[in-house]
Structure formats: C-alpha cells, structure tokens
Design a protein around this ligand. Structure first.
Ligand code: ASP
Ligand code: MG
Length: 405
C-alpha cells in the first residue's frame, strides 16, 4: 500500500465533467489499495473572477479580506470532488488548508508555510477516506486564513508530500509533462522523461510556466521527487528530481523564449564608483525586477561615461521610466531608451557544466539565421541572449533543432 499525493490544477477541475474525470482517476488508485491525498486548485478562472469582483469595489482591497475571498475558490472544489467520490461509493472527506494543519506566517497573499501537522489527514486516511485538501491556503498561528501566492496549490501538494513522506507525488495538469520547448512555438519539441530541479527552475522562471517556481524550490530543498503529467490521458509524464550522472550526458534539456521582457538603456552614465549601485537600488526599491545587465566599455577621456543596459518585465516599463526620470539629474546620464520589441532566448541544461563549446554553437546557429545578438548572459547551466522580436520565434526553432532533434 502506497501513500500518494495527487494535485489537480484549475483546468483539470474546470467543470463538473472534469471533476468526475478526476474522481475516476483517484478511484483507480484507491481501488489498488493506495492511500490517496488529493490537492485541488480552484476551478479554472474562478480565482481571477474573485479578484476582479473585489477590484470593482476598491482598487487595492485589504489583503486579509482578499485571502478570505480567494480561499473560497479551492473550498468549492474540495467539496465538489468529495461529493463526486461519494457518489461513486468511495469514502472521501475534504479539509481546508487550516484543517489539514498547514500553518503559515502572516504575510497575506504570499504567505510562507511554517509547519504542517497533518493529524486530521492521517486520521481520515486511517479511517479509509480519500482525503481532499484545499490547495493554495493555510492559516496563521492566530487563526487568520492566508494564501500562498498565485499557483500556490503546487506548493501545497509538494509540502504535503514532504510532510506525509508520501511514496509518490503527482502533479496533474493539462499538458503531458515538461517539453524541450513550447510545442505551440516549436513543432519538433518533445516531452522529457526526466528533468532536474535546477533545470525545471530555470525553465519555469523563463516562462515555461508548468509549475509555481516556489514549489519546485521547496521540492529541491526537501528532496521531494514528483511527476508532472496530464489529467486528460494516461501517458507517463516527466519526473522531476535531483540531478544524476546520466542527466549530464544530455547537454541541453530545453530552449525557451520569453517575450515578456523589455530592454532599457541608460546612455552616458558617469563611469565612477557607485553609479550601478544607485541605479539598481532605486529600481529595487520600486519592486522592479531586473534580469540581465550589460555595461559597455567606457568612452570619453575627461569625464568617462558608459552605456548601461538591462532587462525588466514589460509591464514594469512605465514605472521604470518614472523612476529613471527621477534619478537622471542626480546621477547625470543622458537619454534613457526603452525597447519592448525584444525576446529573451534561453538554452538550459545541467550538461553544460561538463561540456564546452555550447555558447559558440548557439551563436553560430543564430548567425546562420541572420539574427543579431543584443545582450548575452550565462550561468553554469544556462545561456540567454536578447534578440529582436521579429526573428525571435524563428531563432528559437533554429536553436532548438540544432541541439534537440
Ligand atoms: N487558485 C490559485 C490561483 O489561481 C492557486 C492555484 O491555482 O494553484 O492562483
Ligand atoms: Mg497552476
């Protein structure tokens, strides 16, 4: 008898038919004699709707009340799934995050899990129930309902799998697993059998949004092996786990394109100590996330100056322009240029640690496709380039096919 944690996302419980479909799958495992803990999200679109309603009343609603409101989405689904299972004569009971013993800090809308005391879950399992837990929520030690950030049901599932020492953790979604690239963009993309936590984190933060990044970080920290698979078929999914020796034999795991970044260039920033610190501190103070940074070689001899380019999320451009205007006089740079017509192409693989020449090959492929590179950054397991948006999709396909097919 195995203890299994299964998580179903919003699209897997989007309507009553899908909920019945989930109940059937849970029933299969239950009939094998396994103990099953199910974590569910709100039905697709429900969380967004709740947010819209609150914002129609007030642009920035109170965060405690928002958590109270948003937690109802998952509560609807747990009860419906319990009823669906009971209609099939399968004993089932639902629990809110608080009832499941999930205690968090008090940071509303992005609370961190402090500890989990799964007493009620164990009691329900021992009494033969499928136990259904509301994802994305917990409560503070003072009893206030909190939520774990958008996509937080993934975190609930991973954290419960860890606390319960589950034998298996399955994350069901509407895709077959993690792919070498976005199949809508790259027709030759294939499903991966396995991927390491680090690769998954890079790909998730690069826009391959299969799972909430925090949940993958948690899984890495606590060594929770999990499988990402489809709730719509029986195909095996992608196993996410610690890196192994054989994983390094595969040089590149995936290629992704992020079209949600913009490039900002500050022209003629005085080339003296403390300038970058001031620019990026101001941006950080305004909660603007900076990703890639390139500083050019200094020009001019009397008062040397340099051009400083960096990328930020596209929705932050207007805010960044305000911050930059405010510091222009103080720091003394010339123009500030924002370019939204860019894409960030990234190539990820733990095999890069032990193979050389990957960057050269990427640049060669881009050159052959006539793509100009505007910025480059690398880490141990990733190479990213900023390129013009007009050729970004074509470049993604070319790089993918050069390494992965
Ligand atoms: N319902 C929440 C959201 O839409 C949590 C989740 O789906 O994981 O973000
Ligand atoms: Mg999700």
């Amino acid at each position: 008898m195995a203890l299994i944690v299964q998580k179903f996302g919003g699209s897997s419980v989007a309507d009553i038919d899908r909920i019945r479909n989930v109940a059937n799958r849970v029933a299969e495992y239950r009939h094998r004699g396994d103990q099953v803990v199910v974590v569910v999200s709100a039905m697709k679109g429900v969380t967004d709707n709740l947010i819209d309603m609150a914002k129609a009343l007030m642009p920035v609603p109170n965060e405690r009340e928002m958590d109270m409101l948003l937690s109802t989405g998952e509560q609807t689904t747990i009860a419906l799934l319990a009823i669906a299972l009971q209609s099939m004569d399968i004993p089932a009971a639902s629990l809110t995050g608080a009832q499941a013993g999930i205690v968090t800090d008090g940071v509303h809308s992005k609370a961190k899990i402090r500890n989990i005391t799964p007493k009620k879950i164990h009691a329900l399992l021992d009494a033969g129930n499928v136990t259904i837990v509301a994802g994305f929520q917990g409560e503070t030690s003072e009893g206030h309902i909190t939520t774990l950030g958008r996509g937080g049901s993934d975190l609930t599932a991973i954290a419960l799998a860890s606390a319960l020492k589950a034998d298996l953790c399955q994350i069901y979604t509407d895709v077959d697993g993690v792919y070498t690239s976005d199949p809508r963009l790259v027709p030759t993309a294939t499903k991966l059998d396995e991927i390491s936590y680090d690769e998954m984190l890079e790909l998730a933060s690069l826009g391959a949004k299969v799972m909430q990044s925090r949940s993958v970080e948690f899984a890495k920290k606590f060594g929770v092996i999990f499988e990402v698979r489809s709730s719509l078929n029986d195909n095996p999914g992608t196993l996410v786990k610690e890196e192994t020796q054989s994983m390094e034999d595969v040089v590149i795991r995936g290629v992704s394109l992020d079209k949600n970044q913009a490039k900002v260039t500050l022209v003629g920033v005085p080339d003296k100590p403390g300038m970058a610190a001031r620019v990026f501190q101001q941006l950080a103070d305004s909660a603007i996330n900076v990703d890639m940074i390139v500083q050019n070689v200094s020009h001019g001899s009397n008062t040397p100056a340099t051009d400083l380019s960096f990328t930020i999320d596209k929705p932050d451009v207007a805010k960044a322009q305000g911050v930059i205007n405010d510091m222009r006089g103080d720091i003394g740079f010339g123009e500030a240029l924002a370019d939204e017509a860019i894409g960030k192409l990234s190539i990820v693989g733990v095999g890069m640690r032990s193979h050389s020449g990957i960057a050269a090959k990427v640049f060669e492929v881009l050159a052959a496709a006539g793509v100009n590179i505007q910025m480059i950054s690398t880490s141990e397991i990733k190479i990213s380039v900023v390129i013009g948006i007009d050729k970004a999709e074509e470049a993604t396909r070319a790089v993918h096919d050069a390494f992965l097919s």
